[in-house]
Design a protein around this ligand. Structure first.
Ligand code: GDD
Ligand code: MG
Length: 371
């Protein structure tokens, strides 16, 4: 499991939390990924990290809580996607391995992928998924029999010959790692895969129509939440279903004059004050407080955040322990990092991103309309 990236496009959330540890409907993405693998009998996973490695250890330890064996190897310098696997080669043995990008939410049928790999007698099988804009991904055109034709990593539009992209889950015969240079930055997508293809090694694409989303950007982070709450991917929701499609953790207190519009997910000890409105498509983490008259829609509010009186939060993300004063407005995929204090009457729009631990005095930020 490759979890060493910096998650740059998801800053400021990833300043304090590595991308795979960001909660998706109150469960870290990596936990969802591990549980997904476990369903298919995977019981041993090597985590390859680099950025903020301690966060993984603190949460997962040796994996026993999940009933899995986790081996955590961390890099001093990023070794690239393939260099990272070379770096853990000593743990691999001769068995076929599954390599997963750690920033993907998917319900991929791992058993079908594995059978396909065996049936084709492939050395490498790459899962493929259709996307609308392939230019942000690795394009993988196939021959009619499923063999891979070429690799076009982050192609320009004039190179786009298919909508099938590398979905970031590979089945690999570990003997190919013998030819990877050790202790050096090396990429699957730009180096090992094209080189194996040139050598005539059997490499196949496995097109899948499963649910697939990479957690690259704030918009996709929100989309993951919305899709889960709309049951486009069946991820178990934490807590009890207190009304239809409203899930709540333990000790949640909702004022009787507040409105909760489904679907919604509320963590443990959430408090929602008088006349507040939450939902639809909202996820509130543990210990979130929503004060009187505040309104939250289509948003993710992380653990311990405090949403002040009469705030309005629309399609946006509020980081852990961030405190908003009265009438703060957060809209249009804006992202407030962790531990921010924004005093009353501030406004955040147009996807602005505020760095963790910033303090913003009352009424400092306003967006004026010119229309
Ligand atoms: N250990 C380690 N070391 N992990 C790394 C390193 C590294 O140096 N670099 C990246 N990773 C991890 C990231 O944490 C992520 O989980 C995964 O490897 C892929 O890296 P990204 O940086 O997210 O790559 P990408 O999204 O631009 O492109 C990749 O994923 C696409 C699908 O989402 C490529 O595999 C594309 O071909 C693919 O289409
Ligand atoms: Mg990625």
């Amino acid at each position: 499991m490759l979890v060493g990236g910096f998650g740059t496009r998801l800053r400021p959330l990833t300043i304090t939390t590595p991308k795979p540890m960001l909660p998706i409907v109150n469960i870290p993405l990596l936990e969802l990924e591990l549980l997904h693998l476990k369903q298919y009998g995977v019981d041993e996973v090597i985590l390859s990290s680099g950025y903020l490695p301690d966060v993984f250890d603190e949460y997962f330890g040796d994996g026993s809580r999940l009933g899995m064996k986790l081996i955590h190897v961390t890099e001093d310098e990023p070794l690239g996607t393939c260099g990272a696997v070379k770096n853990v080669e000593r743990f691999l043995g001769d068995d076929t391995v599954i390599v997963c990008n750690g920033d993907i939410l998917t319900d991929l049928d791992i058993a079908a992928l594995f059978s396909y790999h065996m049936e084709k007698k492939a050395t490498v099988t790459i899962t493929l998924t259709p996307v609308e804009d392939p230019t942000a991904y690795g394009l993988v055109p196939l021959h009619p029999d499923g063999r891979i034709k070429e690799f076009l990593e982050k192609p320009s539009w004039d190179q786009v010959v298919t909508n099938l992209i590398n979905a970031g889950t590979y089945v690999i015969d570990p003997k190919v790692f013998q030819q990877v240079p050790p202790n050096q930055n090396y990429s699957f997508e730009r180096e090992l895969f094209p080189s194996l293809l040139e050598q005539g090694v059997p490499m196949y694409g496995f097109p899948s129509d499963c649910y697939w989303l990479d957690l690259g950007t704030p918009a996709k982070y929100l989309k993951a939440h919305h899709d889960i709450m709309e049951r486009k991917i069946k991820i178990p929701l934490k807590g009890k279903e207190i009304f239809e499609m409203v899930f709540a953790g333990d000790d949640v207190v909702i004022d009787e004059t507040a409105r909760i519009n489904p679907p919604c997910a509320l963590g443990d000890r959430v408090r929602i004050g008088p006349r507040a409105s939450v939902g639809s498509l909202c996820c509130l983490g543990d210990d979130v407080v929503v004060e009187a008259g505040a309104s939250i829609e289509g948003s993710v509010i992380l653990d311990g955040a405090n949403i002040g009186e009469d705030c309005v939060i629309e399609g946006s993300i509020v980081g852990k322990n961030t405190k908003l004063g009265k009438r703060v407005h957060v809209a249009e995929a804006s992202v407030l990092g962790d531990n921010i204090v924004a005093e009353e009457d501030n406004e955040f729009r147009h996807g602005v991103r505020i760095w963790p631990s910033t303090r913003i005095e009352a009424g400092k930020i306003r967006f004026y309309r010119t229309d």
